[in-house]
Write a protein that binds this ligand. Structure first.
Ligand code: SF4
Ligand code: SF4
Length: 454
């Protein structure tokens, strides 16, 4: 078993296969994808390091530099061991002691966004399904291998049934978890329109302190896509998110901005300037391309994406993913975990929350006595080992920052014999990721220095 905290140094170290070297002006940024260690050197130092990484004699002569490169995992004992380390992390995460239950109380919504894959069927979770769900929650909490339960409210629009389903069911789950001394967490994906002050206060009572909300551009474009029978929503959503953040400093909003090649050119730092500075640290912004537009891309990286990322950071917002790559330390998505279920309002179960909720895509159902019955054999087989095992990802040096396929891509690769790798389709590449990570690291060091001098 490989531990990152132990300095391993013997006489035959080899270059890590997860080192990235990116030209940045006259210098080269060097990053290791497992340790996340990053530094920048000039050309002659880089040439020297490159020779040292493959020259055992030079490693022995330059002991201090070699030890530092071992500490940063640029030099490793063997390459198979570092890939196994990533596999082991995936295995552990896939079977972690957290049970994650994503619940769709309805498929209905107050908006009708053009790109939405959901069916907007009228109706909500029935009393019978709710009773079975309570039995499932009890069974999960009674499991010895589970010490935390997370409810994720999804839909449709979950706030349409906040008082009838979301609130009472969350209270039930929270109390049952507390009785057993187990952890309880709660979050929600919502359009934010119905997130009133009263709802925000009740969210605090059930520990629902993270909400993901989506914007579709500036006020005009957003309102064109997201409106309630013509009634605009942009201002109301922003006001509701600000109110939610002001309710308690524990609350977080993940503000997802859906973009196309056209909308990403807008200046989001200016658009979001209406958000008070005091709550910006509670708002994390995530840019996400509207998936139907991937096929229509003309440039690798659309104009405006990188500027928006930088400008929003300067305005005090957190940005979770300006980039498609990132350090993936376990599973890529909640759907990759085995202790995870997405339950639709009609009692059918799914894994990926980005598919059509229909008979064809359902993977099983919730039985009357609260058991999840998985009926899909592909899903069952996928749960037995990490998705990257026995695939080309094992040889790919991007594995630590790509993570391999998510559940859906893996499933489709097996069911439809499709290639799961979407590297070429992404809006950003490894160069951009490494440069941004290096600049962010410098900024953090600078901030720490400033604070130390106060
Ligand atoms: S498409 Fe992949 S990443 Fe997205 S929710 Fe589905 S499984 Fe997760
Ligand atoms: S999905 Fe593609 S880019 Fe990612 S690790 Fe696998 S082969 Fe590499």
């Amino acid at each position: 078993m490989l531990s990152l905290h132990v300095l391993i140094y013997n006489e035959a170290m080899v270059e890590s296969k997860y080192n990235y070297y990116i030209q940045n002006g006259n210098d080269t940024i060097c990053l290791n994808g497992i340790s996340k260690a990053v530094f920048s050197v000039n050309k002659s130092s880089f040439d020297f390091i490159k020779v040292l990484l493959s020259d055992v004699e030079l490693q022995q002569q330059e002991e201090a530099i070699t030890k530092e490169l071992v500490r940063m995992r640029f030099l490793v004992e063997d390459n198979e061991q570092e890939t196994n380390y990533l596999l082991e992390n995936k295995r552990k995460d896939a079977n972690s002691s957290l049970f994650h239950l994503i619940l769709n109380p309805t498929q209905d919504c107050i908006f009708r966004c053009w790109y939405c894959y959901e069916t907007h069927k009228k109706g909500e979770m029935s009393k019978t399904t709710l009773e079975s769900l309570k039995k499932l929650i009890i069974k999960v909490l009674d499991r010895e291998d589970i010490d935390k339960l997370m409810l994720g409210w999804f839909g449709g629009e979950p706030l349409m049934y906040f008082d009838e389903i979301v609130y009472p069911l969350s209270v039930f789950a929270k109390e049952e978890a507390e009785k057993r001394n187990k952890g309880f967490f709660c979050n929600m994906t919502s359009n934010g329109f119905l997130l009133t002050e009263e709802v925000a206060k009740k969210c605090t009572l059930i520990g629902l302190n993270t909400i993901q909300v989506t914007l579709d551009g500036d006020e005009k474009r957003h309102n064109k896509t997201r409106n309630m029978k013509g009634q605009p929503s942009f201002r109301k959503i922003i006001d509701n998110c600000v109110g939610y953040c002001l309710d308690t400093s524990n609350n977080r909003v993940l503000l997802r901005i859906n973009y196309t090649d056209d909308t990403i050119r807008l200046d989001f730092a200016e658009i979001l300037d209406i958000i008070p500075v005091g709550v910006r640290a509670q708002i994390e912004i995530q840019f996400k391309r509207v998936w139907q537009t991937y096929e229509k891309k003309t440039d690798k990286t659309p104009d405006g994406l990188l500027d928006n990322v930088e400008n929003l950071k300067k305005k005090g917002f957190h940005l979770s993913c300006g980039m498609d790559f990132g350090f993936v330390e376990g599973c890529l998505c909640y759907a990759d975990r085995n202790n995870y279920v997405n339950l639709n309002f009609d009692g059918k179960v799914y894994k990926c929350t980005a598919v059509d909720y229909n008979e064809k895509n359902a993977l099983g159902y919730l039985s009357e006595n609260g058991d999840i019955v998985w009926e899909d054999s592909i899903q069952h087989d996928l749960s037995l080992k990490p998705y990257v095992e026995d695939t080309k990802c094992m040889e790919c040096n991007l594995l630590p920052i790509c993570g391999g396929p998510c559940f859906r891509r893996k499933y489709e690769s097996v069911a439809q014999n499709k290639d799961f790798c979407i590297k070429e389709l992404l809006d950003t590449d490894v160069d951009m990721f490494v440069k941004q990570y290096y600049n962010d690291t410098l900024r953090k060091i600078e901030r720490r220095r400033t604070l130390a001098n106060i």
